[in-house]
Design a protein around this ligand. Structure first.
Ligand SMILES: *Cc1c(COP(=O)(O)O)cnc(C)c1O
Length: 391
């Protein structure tokens, strides 16, 4: 069997692999405390589901315009203006895609190719380096460990830029660390981006999931120069528990948005038509949308603090207080195992599922998602404490 260079070099998503293994063990009757999930454990809000059902009944089941149905694109442009503060955002700068993951991939394909370098801060979301490689470009990883709050400094970025650098990927709040850049930190990083004339791809999929009273800042809102170089990616998956709907969105300068739309027209075509009509309800009913997000945030925040306290109490484990998304990323290097071995033994011996840090480019850590019940968190902490006590 002869496979392509692309197929031979791509590694499958390790987060989805953990998910699959845990589902198998649960199906086989095992009692697993699962922290692997990369998705909210809430149901999609009813008012969004109702709008989708109505769209189906109204026959909105045919192809739609490639970059998205017009009311959703203009509603999103308004959201990019009011929430993200990208003042000039217009509908022709918005593309709706089948999932935020695909939005990211198309954004990279539209801007990066062979010979280009893309700077990716680690710990990174698993798919960034693979997407860059699939575009024929070269990932250049810069490490930001827990000693620097999982955030790169402007100096690190300056040092990593070469004449071949095409793009920096940012992700705040971060998956896997939950770390959040302050506005000042983001502005300092964006100054380096602007002065070098490279692109920034800002993955803001967790833009509504903040704690400790913090709020979101979008790099594209900082200046006209920043907006001209920034592709802002988001989606409905994390904000409205719509992971299975596959709806990603992005804002980019018009010429890039147009190129992304062309790439999409030759690959996936439009995101599912009736799913888009359902998602539109989230924009048309901001008070219902806010209530749904707030309900989720209250639960996430409680679980975050509960899990954090549990992890910090375990001898040998250290964990930063993450302020966004729904992940904690504790350092377990003191146990002397690779993160793969740590996670595998934890699952087989103590029935706790976590994702090893290796897939995120950070082998000293494991990722725990607290998008799970308080009961599972309690059970998981007890088991993890017992497991770590054996070393
Ligand atoms: C979940 C996630 C996405 C995209 O999710 P989709 O379901 O494809 O919209 C993108 N980036 C990060 C960091 C994520 O965690």
């Amino acid at each position: 069997m002869t496979l392509s260079t692309w197929a031979k070099n791509v590694s499958p998503s390790p987060t989805l692999a953990v998910d699959t293994r845990v589902k198998e063990m649960i199906a086989a009757g095992q009692d697993i405390a699962g922290f692997g999930a990369g998705e909210p454990d809430f149901d999609t809000p009813d008012f969004i589901k109702e709008a989708c059902k109505a769209a189906l009944d109204e026959g909105k089941t045919k192809y739609a315009a490639t970059p998205g149905i017009p009311p959703l694109r203009s509603g999103l442009a308004e959201k990019f203006r009011s929430f993200n503060q990208i003042e000039t955002a217009a509908a022709n700068e918005v593309v709706v895609s089948p999932g935020g993951k695909f939005s990211l991939y198309l954004a990279i394909l539209a801007t990066c190719g062979p010979g280009d370098e893309v700077i990716i801060p680690a710990p990174y979301w698993v798919s960034y380096p693979e997407m860059v490689k699939l575009a024929g470009a070269t990932p250049k990883i810069i490490m930001a460990g827990d000693d620097q709050g999982f955030k790169i400094t402007p100096e690190q970025l300056k040092d990593a830029v070469t004449p071949r650098t095409r793009m920096l990927i940012l992700n705040s709040p971060s998956n896997p660390t939950g770390a959040v850049y302050s506005r000042e930190e983001l502005e300092a990083v964006m100054e380096v981006v602007v002065s070098n004339g490279i692109y920034a791809m800002s993955d803001e999929i967790y833009e509504y999931l903040y704690y400790d009273g913090l709020k979101h800042d979008s790099p594209a809102s900082f200046s006209k120069e920043a907006a001209d170089l920034t592709i802002t990616v988001s989606g409905f998956s994390k904000t409205f528990s719509m992971t299975g709907w596959r709806l990603g969105v992005l804002h980019a300068p018009a010429a890039i948005a147009k190129a992304i739309s062309s790439l999409q027209s030759q690959t996936s075509s439009n995101a599912t038509t009736f799913a888009q009509w359902g998602a539109l309800a989230a924009l048309e009913h901001p008070e219902k949308a806010r209530a749904a997000i707030d309900e989720m945030l209250v639960a996430f925040d409680r679980r975050r603090l509960f899990l954090l306290e549990g992890l910090q109490a375990i001898a040998g484990v250290s964990c930063l207080r993450a302020q966004g998304a729904f992940y904690l990323f504790p350092n377990v290097s003191s146990f002397g195992l690779t993160s793969d071995d740590f996670a595998a033994r934890l699952l087989e011996e103590s029935r706790v599922a976590v994702v090893p840090g290796s897939g995120f480019g950070a082998d000293a850590y494991i990722r725990l998602s607290y998008a799970t019940s308080d009961a599972i968190i309690e059970k998981g902490i007890n088991r993890l404490t017992e497991f770590c006590g054996r070393f």
